[in-house]
Design a protein around this ligand. Sequence first.
Ligand code: UGA
Length: 428
Amino acid sequence: MNICVIGTGYVGLTTAVGFTAVGNKVIIVGKNKKKIDKINKGVLIIYEPGMGKELEKCVKNKSLQATDNLEYAIKNSDIDFICVGTPSREDGSIDLSDVEKISQDIGKVLKSLNEYHVVVVKSTVVPQTTEEIVIPNLEKYSGKKAGKDFGVCMTPEFLREGVAMSDFMKPDRIVIGEYDKKSGDVLQNLYSGFDSPIMRTNLRDAEMIKYASNALLAAKISFANEIGNICKIIGIDSYEVMKGVGMDHRLGPHFLNSGCGFGGSCFPKDISAIIAKAKELDYEPILLESVMDVNKKQKVRLVDMLKKRVGNLKGKKIAILGLAFKADTDDIREAASIDIIKRLKSEGAIISAYDPKAIDNMKTLFPDIKYAKTAKDVLKGADACLVMTEWDEFKKLSENDFDFMKKRVILKGRKMLDDIKGSEGICW
Ligand code: UGA
């Protein structure tokens, strides 16, 4: 099939590269000329294991091209995927301005198309967005009718950063929200080569499935953190507890890892968006608000633990191991390390940080802290060390490396380095 993917973020890039890998031709549309040039040269603009090779391959065999020309992309495709960003506004509610604008722009192109075309929303959007914003714009600007002249679907993306390619190629499920059967059939046909169960439903159910999934995953993490905090006070290892809990097939072992909480471009943004949507509907989502509260407080707890161990932070050298919001990505959006650095700075600590991939990104936020070249270097002379990301590389650190610290205070926001003397977990 000929596919147009609009948006060059994580979801857009993965969708574009993923669909070419299974034999389709894709034109990816972006606004940033530099990004477009890089994609056309087969150069990946993010750090994502496995994606670089695939991108190189599909650019070489000409199955993927990038452009800033939306009209060209749509006119040379049968189906468009809207993968634009849906960031948070100041108040936590969703900013749909890019979705609004792109649906108007697509509508303008649809006006001059003679063939049936399907528009698919893949961006994470709050329930009713496709029906109340996307379809009205497509119809208004094209002068055509959804269901008759063009099709509309909403298919949420469930990929995780760090394993984006494999999540895209083999998802647990593919959810197809459809305006009508014909639209859904076109999308199901595109996914026919995927070995995953397909659920067909309506547009707003599909939109809500994405939020409910992310909210439940985030709730599991906050639950594990709350139980973990209680465990810590009693002197219980919360990981042993969750091992036992996860053996119940009704509960499952996943996403019960306690630590410094969830970050990333999705959970914090999406939970805030659905909270705001609920409030707009006059519903008080107390459980979801608590999920966010517990998450926020984990970072405060880590700094409190640090102060208990080393006293006043003014002038203390604090080493930070890991900046990315999780391992195997250079993404620092909503990373726990950001909150921690802000707190440490405000208390006058001298911060030195190391991350295998995320230093350049963090420098744009904090150009004024020190960045070490290696994990070993960051430890030298430190009064304490905070482990914020579970990079495999850190597992190679030995007792000897920690001997170079001034004091052996090793506080862990992520479960690792358990054999290192003097290390202490936030919930274990
Ligand atoms: C998450 C979801 O897992 C994806 O299914 C979804 O598609 C994506 O958001 C999205 O909406 O785009 P992602 O943000 O890439 O994916 O990363 P996760 O692996 O889910 O981790 C999120 C955060 O939770 C990380 O900071 C991680 O360290 C933390 N986490 C995860 C825990 O603290 N404990 C756990 O047990 C699991």
